[in-house]
Write a protein that binds this ligand. Structure first.
Ligand code: FAD
Length: 644
């Protein structure tokens, strides 16, 4: 099968304008004849639902939290990129495009990424108009800071709470439409399947999380804006509720899964301290603007620090190895996340890790405090420092933070074309749920940009083209596909509730997480991945025999919710391993130990792997089929990525 990404022809800078002109339009009076289902009301879904309703479509929106305001997007800390060039430091749409393609290790589509850079500037204007309180400079202009993988300052921010402020903006726009009757909002509602009628997505099946009621909903198009699946690793910086269920169920109904193994491991998280944890906390990348990453120069010094025989503040300057500054003088502490993470791991593997576990390096603000003063540092990063203090009981104004990489974001997701449509007609994926714009490594502050680009500026154009083609005839809610899909969902719920073994679902999740982290985490080998595949298969089989799921369907039942999500992770995990095994090259966050340069950097194999891997589900416990979308580079020259 040839996957058609539908990238418009013509010069890069004109593709999106030309495409928008060529897309069919739905006239204003006809828009109200169409129903659009938007699953997920984080930044991508909230923006999409509000914009589509504003255009005049009838929108039905869903989230599993009690309010759209609690979507995981609210956790985003550091900022959002845009090529505004307010700093006059050499930024441009082309530079943001180039940085993003290079940052993704040349595994993203040129056309998509250019469009992303192009609309980034509109996002800032839109959010300012909504009242999002971005940080401002003395003169009143919006302020910027730097993020990894860029040598310009293009990251707009609202202290360390950018996601929260952006989400409040999108949520206000959404609420306006709920109030106007154009969006019907279903909270505490989990989508458990997609209904496909004659090859087109025409509805979903949901479960009301408070009453257990299973229902069908119709729509002319279905948009999945359901976030990422980093929680397959159990421990991650993601919100506890993040899961893959919506995307995975869509995958099992025919939607291809793109690059599932591309996971982002963020270098600056508070390290794991033991088995009691169920979540990890991010220390924003923005901290690397002023914080310096280092490890002790020798194993002996690291040992003394670990044993408490030496205080970190007493370690002499010449005994500290600022390894990122040493190895990458051009980008220093602001190398992209994959590079910083691998280097942190290397220090720990060398025996130079710190903290009681020895699995951490330092992020130090002493120089910044000396240079700028404590008040200035507090004004920039105060809430992050407070968070660190509350969790570790160590004062980062007085001693360096301890940090270590943790799972943070998934670049993989449902395969979509340039219109954000999956290979299933009428089924779209937006935001972190799709695979589209970040290649093998997402640059910091680019997820918010992509989610909002998809929701505010891409889907409002592209969905209209599809709707105009299919026409406004109402969807037939009596089509047997609705009843059948609902029955399938109910049977699965019954099967989960019948599990009366002796092992909790959480235990399975933790075990899966260990396997994924050990063999499909920061470094992957053929041998390890093969082992992981077998381990996951056995764990999955054991789950369906020995797991215990408490309670009933007709009640608030978090044990049941979790069981459904973990069952999906147990299937997804195997696909991630298959994908990582197939991709016998290193690229971005996917580091195959067998494929590295003499300096230990990721070594791509462009001749064999310059493609998007799109996997097709072939039935339970069957190998999935791989389809390849070849990546065509007409504007950038593929080189070995260097940040030296
Ligand atoms: C701690 C942290 C800090 C971050 N900081 C930044 C940053 O500074 N800059 C940046 O660019 N990115 C950042 N990111 C990444 C960024 O926050 C996310 O990628 C982005 O917010 C995802 O938005 P989304 O709309 O795609 O999904 P989400 O915000 O995860 O929203 C998903 C929505 O889908 C709903 N949903 C999911 N499944 C179902 C289902 N089955 N049924 C019904 N509803 C469902 C949820 O209820 C929710 O409404 C950060 C991530 C983390 C973890």
């Amino acid at each position: 099968m040839i996957l058609d990404a539908k990238i418009p022809a013509g010069p890069l800078a004109e593709k999106w304008s030309t495409h928008k002109f060529n897309l069919k339009l739905v006239n204003p009076a006809n828009k109200r004849k169409y129903d659009i289902i938007v699953v997920g009301t984080g930044l991508a879904g909230g923006a999409a639902a509000a914009s589509l309703a504003e255009l005049g479509y009838n929108v039905k929106a869903y989230c599993f939290q009690d309010s759209p305001r609690r979507a995981h997007s609210i956790a985003a800390q550091g900022g959002i990129n845009a090529a505004k060039n307010y700093r006059n430091d050499g930024d441009s749409v082309y530079r943001l495009f180039y940085d993003t393609i290079k940052g993704g290790d040349y595994r993203a589509r040129e056309g998509n990424v250019y469009r992303l850079a192009e609309v980034s500037v509109n996002i800032i204007d839109q959010c300012v108009a909504q009242g999002v309180p971005f940080a401002r400079e003395y003169g009143g202009l919006l302020d910027n800071r730097s993020f990894g993988g860029a040598q310009v300052s293009r990251t707009f921010y609202a202290r360390g709470q950018t996601g929260q402020q952006l989400l409040l903006g999108a949520y206000s726009a959404l609420n306006r439409q709920i109030n106007a009757g154009k969006v019907k909002m279903y909270t505490r509602t989990e989508m458990l399947d997609v209904v496909i009628v004659d090859g087109k997505a025409q509805g979903i099946v949901t479960r009301n999380l408070e009453t257990g009621k299973v229902e069908t909903h119709t729509g002319h198009a279905v948009l999945l804006c359901t976030g990422g699946y980093g929680n397959v690793f159990y421990l991650s910086t993601n919100a506890m509720g993040c899961n893959v269920t919506a995307a995975w169920r869509a995958h099992k109904r025919g939607a291809f899964f793109g690059n599932p193994c591309y996971t982002q491991i963020h270098p600056t998280c508070i390290p794991v301290t033991g088995d009691h944890q169920s979540k990890l906390t991010l220390m924003s990348e923005s901290l690397r603007n002023d914080g310096r990453v280092w490890a002790p120069k020798t194993v002996e010094l690291a040992q003394k620090l670990r044993k408490g025989e030496l205080k970190v503040t007493d370690l002499k300057e010449e005994d500290r190895d600022y390894f990122l500054e040493r190895k990458y003088p051009s980008f220093g502490n602001l190398v992209p996340r994959d590079v910083a993470s691998r280097n942190g791991k290397e220090m720990v593997d060398d025996g130079r890790g710190v903290g009681t576990t020895g699995v951490a390096v330092f992020l130090d603000f002493a120089d910044a405090i000396k240079r700028l003063g404590e008040d200035a540092v507090r004004a920039k990063y105060g809430n992050l420092f407070d968070m660190y203090y509350q969790i570790t009981n160590e004062d980062p104004y007085k001693q360096p933070m301890r940090i270590y990489p943790a799972v943070h974001y998934t670049m993989g997701g449902l395969w979509v074309d340039y219109n954000l449509m999956t290979n299933v007609e009428g089924l779209y994926a937006l935001g972190e749920a799709n695979f589209s714009d970040h290649g093998a490594n997402r640059l910091g502050a680019s997820a918010l940009m992509q989610g909002l680009a998809d929701g505010y500026f891409v889907i409002p154009y592209t969905v209209g083209d599809y709707l105009a083609k299919i026409g406004p005839k109402p969807v037939d809610a009596n089509h047997p596909a609705f009843e059948q899909t609902k029955k399938d969902v109910e049977e699965r719920i019954k099967k989960l509730l019948a599990l009366k073994g002796n092992k909790t679902v959480d235990e399975y999740h933790r075990e899966l997480g260990h396997i994924m982290w050990e063999y499909c985490g920061m470094a992957r080998t053929e041998e390890g991945l093969k082992k992981a595949k077998g381990l996951i298969q056995s764990l999955r089989a054991d789950f369906w025999k020995n797991a215990i799921v408490l309670g009933d369907n007709e009640e608030l039942n978090q044990s049941l919710e979790k069981a459904g999500r973990v069952a999906d992770f147990l299937e997804l995990g195997e696909l991630m391993v298959d994908d990582a095994l197939m991709r016998n090259e290193s690229c971005g966050g996917h580091f195959r130990v067998e494929s590295q340069t003499p300096e230990g950097e990721a070594l791509r194999d462009d001749d064999h792997f310059a493609f998007v891997a799109a996997w097709q589900y072939k039935g339970d416990n069957q190998p999935e089929e791989l389809h390849k979308e070849e990546l065509v580079f007409e504007n950038v020259h593929l080189t070995q990525r260097s940040y030296k």
